[in-house]
Ligand binder design. Sequence first.
Ligand code: 5CA
Length: 443
Amino acid sequence: MKLSMYFIPTLREDPAEAQIISHRLMLRSGMINQTCNGIYSWLPLGFRVLSKIERIIAEEQDTIGAHRILMPTVQPAKLWQESGRYDDYGKEMLRIKDRHDREMLYGPTHEEVVTDLARQFIKSYKQLPVMFYQIHWKFRDEIRPRFGVMRGREFLMKDGYSFDVTREAAVETYKNVMSSYLRTFARIGLRAIPVRADAGAIGGDLSHEFHVIAQTGESEIFYDSDYDKILLNGEITFADINELYTAADEKHDTETCPVPKERLRSARGIEVGHVFYFGKKYSASMGLFVIGKDGNAFYPEMGSYGIGVSRLVAATIEANHDENGIIWPDAIAPFHVGLITIKRQNTSIQNVVESLYGTLLNMGLEVLYDDRDESAGIKFADMDLIGVPYQVICGLKSIDGIFEWKERKTGKRLYFSQDELLNKLADVFPVVKIDSLRGNLYK
Ligand code: 5CA
């Protein structure tokens, strides 16, 4: 993509309305635009990141055998009257009437719709276990929408729903989803800590939230300091979650906490995922019954599993930025590499860069090529702000085949020949070739 032709309305000044860094950086780098309180448009740069996160989540859901579907955003009140949640949900639910005066709502979540779907098609234990998921927009009329897409009113969620024969099987499914969430967040480039939580409006008796640690996090979380060691080493497994103490604020009680004081840690966290096991709550209230092996009818055991897809964009920035701007993890960066020309007036440099740009695109890389007639200073500042993880700077030396390479995260600079440069990129983005064969969605 040539920057001169890209729609990227960057701001030089910090927008006054933005209180936290991710919101400021998303506005300054032209990723989003507010339509009204808590409701946003995603502009090209922001949408690229959102789509990449969505894709990683979808791949990991497919891996655990969940079936991707798409349910309606607008739902009939009737289903919520059946489950008994219509009145309880209160003012957070956006209630609408259609032209026939029928009560409708914009879905804040989809337990009712998916249970209705299941009761029409799932009749025998032989059809279980089964799990569905979608990645779709939700609306919650939050009292205090704030921090941009971090707490929006309309937001993108991955919501999954499982149906099992027995409680044991349902808890096994719950554990599988938790492990897959750890893989999902790790692939995005985030460390998310699962903590024991309350089930709230969704209901149920087993629930965990996943938190990304950041100073601006809206919740307080508690954990055993032994967890730090695991976090530093990288991989968390379900066994770790089970063995060590973690708790969301409302689940933590200093009196009963089993962790000795000197090992108890607390931190601010951003909730990026939430999983629930709630048994027969919806299957029983909505009459989803299935014929068992013994010929008797039973209500399936259910769970639901959410990931805040749009919130993850902001949470990633909270956890990955410096004073110059965003530092995208490789896997969700809007572009793999930024190409900057200095001394653009020099036609020899121009020719070298145009040809390198073509070569990189042919490798299947997503390149943001700053071909504007701007000063080097402005180009460096914009590329740092946008947060492209690797930059290639082309100047006079490039006429002799030497390119400057800069890593956004470390600021490390190296000089490469063209071959070295291409090898380095192929090393960092090994899957790019496969993506380009598949027909890359993100070009
Ligand atoms: N039905 C269940 C799971 S599918 C559910 O709705 N869970 S939830 O309420 O916890 O939401 C799931 C995730 O959506 C949260 O963990 C959070 O990351 C994200 N989320 C919730 N509210 C908002 C909001 N107002 N703005 C942005 N993301 C949100």
